[in-house]
Design a protein. Structure first.
Length: 114
């Protein structure tokens, strides 16, 4: 199982980013996928989840209306469109799924700062 995130970076408040996660080593289209984040000095928290077919999504209250999770099962990819970014969105963003155990990518850094 491999989850590889990319697309993080430095952005000003109010800006946008779209991290991506490339999945391999399992039947991607059968599994719910999630994005988590971990801010400096804080615990990792769930940001967004999308079901296997993409029909149901859920978001943390702190990102509702600003972030959109999506997936492309033909490409084994999951995305997180992040708009209206705030400094408190800063952190390492991780792609994750549960097979026998919870699997994690290496993370991609998102920094929101002027």
């Amino acid at each position: 199982v491999q989850l590889v995130e990319s697309g993080g970076g430095l952005v000003q408040p109010g800006g946008s980013l779209r991290p991506s996660c490339a999945a391999s080593g399992f039947t991607f289209s059968r599994y719910t996928m999630s994005w988590y984040r971990q801010a400096p000095g804080k615990e990792r928290e769930l940001v967004a989840t999308i079901t296997s077919g993409g029909g149901v999504t859920n978001y943390a209250d702190s990102v509702k209306g600003r972030f959109t999770i999506s997936r492309d099962n033909a490409k084994n990819m999951v995305y997180l469109q992040m708009n209206s970014l705030k400094p408190e969105d800063t952190g390492v963003y991780y792609c994750s799924t549960v097979l026998r155990f919870r699997e994690w990518g290496q993370g991609t850094q998102v920094t929101v700062s002027s």
